[in-house]
Design a protein around this ligand. Structure first.
Ligand code: OAD
Length: 272
């Protein structure tokens, strides 16, 4: 047996023994669905715009068309992606554990809806959602129809060029503000309800499964350490080393879609 397969067995045993599992996910969770991560894939279309440059209130005030269009383009790109085997395994495991009076709660930094489309309920979207909108001035929630793109063109350079001409619609309530995406931008507070729910879940869990996050953006990055301080085991799934790797109870080197189905759905895991 190799060291990694020992670690896999330990992780399965920990999941099998846990009554309350919290899964903390980041961009790596959706990478195999075709959604680029923030720090690994600064290539192609993402080379042109740094999320850190566009994901601020100042950027939106300075160039609302650019920032609004960038988020619409991302939302349409995500709509064209499908949940991967990791998302689906989490959906199945969540249901199986619920049938056994155990729980699996998902806290995600991802602004996509791939957990939900993979059959799972999400406890907290701590960085907001690409599919919620509100007025940038009065804060009123707003509906917005994303529209359709030419088949095969979603997420392409041409789609992005077309989107670049789109101005955010005016708020129908206050009439002077414009719509913005319901995303947490750099320098903004996390939605308190979501972050409090995340903290409470983590404090009460027996096991935190940390999937596909670099652990570089606070305060979300503090959640695995809160789990450790509260006495929970922490299992990390990531193909690369992160600051958490040394601290985690078990670190599994591999991807979400490769590892989650085996960990959660084969003997041990959420089946036991
Ligand atoms: P990052 O892009 O910082 O990190 C992605 C992590 O996923 C890296 O550690 C990769 O090694 C790992 N990874 C890549 N492919 C993977 C796969 N197939 N399976 C598992 N892991 C994989 O993304 P986040 O940590 O989510 O904030 O970034 C945190 C926040 O920074 C984002 O929510 C966003 C960003 O700026 C806001 O938008 C506020």
């Amino acid at each position: 047996m190799t060291l990694q397969s020992d670690q896999h067995q330990t992780a399965r045993d920990l999941i099998g023994a846990a009554s309350r599992v919290v899964v903390l996910t980041g961009a790596g969770m959706s990478a195999e669905s075709g959604v680029p991560t923030f720090r690994d894939a600064q290539t192609g279309l993402w080379e042109r715009f740094s999320p850190e440059q566009l994901a601020t209130e100042e950027a939106f005030r300075a160039d609302p068309e650019l920032v609004w269009s960038w988020y619409l383009w991302r939302a349409r790109m995500v709509r064209a992606c499908e949940p991967n085997a990791g998302h689906r395994a989490l959906g199945v495991a969540q249901n199986r554990l619920a049938e056994r009076c155990r729980s699996l709660q998902i806290v995600t930094q991802n602004v996509d809806d791939l957990h939900e489309r993979g059959g799972a309920e999400v406890l907290a979207h701590v960085h907001g959602s690409l599919f919620e909108y509100r007025c940038a001035d009065c804060g009123a929630p707003a509906d917005f129809e994303l529209g359709t793109a030419e088949p095969g063109s979603v997420g392409s350079e041409e789609d992005l060029e077309r989107m670049m001409q789109v101005a955010p619609p005016a708020c129908e309530r206050c009439m002077h503000g414009v719509m913005r995406p319901g995303i947490v931008w750099f320098g903004e507070m996390l939605p308190p309800e979501d972050f409090n729910a995340a903290q409470t879940a983590v404090e009460k869990c027996d096991l935190a499964l940390v999937v596909g996050t670099s652990g570089l953006v606070q305060p979300a990055a503090s959640l695995p350490y809160l789990a450790l301080e509260s006495g929970a085991a922490v299992v990390e799934i990531n193909p690369e080393s992160t600051p958490l790797s040394e601290e985690a109870t078990v670190t599994l080197r591999g991807t979400a879609a490769e590892l989650l189905p085996g960990l959660l759905l084969e003997s041990g895991g959420a089946s036991s």
